[in-house]
Design a protein around this ligand. Structure first.
Ligand code: ZN
Length: 73
């Protein structure tokens, strides 16, 4: 009788960007502080893209707030 290694594979989640299934037995993904999952295996990966998007969004937000403050004063 063959002894099979017991490996529990858990589905941890899906990539927030490309919706890829992320399993506990595979590497190359990450969970961030917002409990969102991302592929994370190098430059230009989904996590990278999300981070870049976030920076852009935050920069746009800041600009909006600045404009808003300016009109308020
Ligand atoms: Zn992905």
């Amino acid at each position: 009788m063959k002894r099979t290694k017991k490996v529990r594979i858990l589905r941890c989640g899906f990539c927030f960007i490309c919706n890829k299934e992320l399993l506990s037995n595979m590497g190359g993904w990450i969970i961030n502080g917002e409990r969102r999952f991302f592929c994370h295996n190098g430059d230009g990966d989904c996590f990278d893209r999300y981070h870049q998007d976030n920076l852009r969004r935050r920069a746009a937000q800041t600009r909006k707030e600045e404009r808003y403050n300016a009109t308020k004063c």
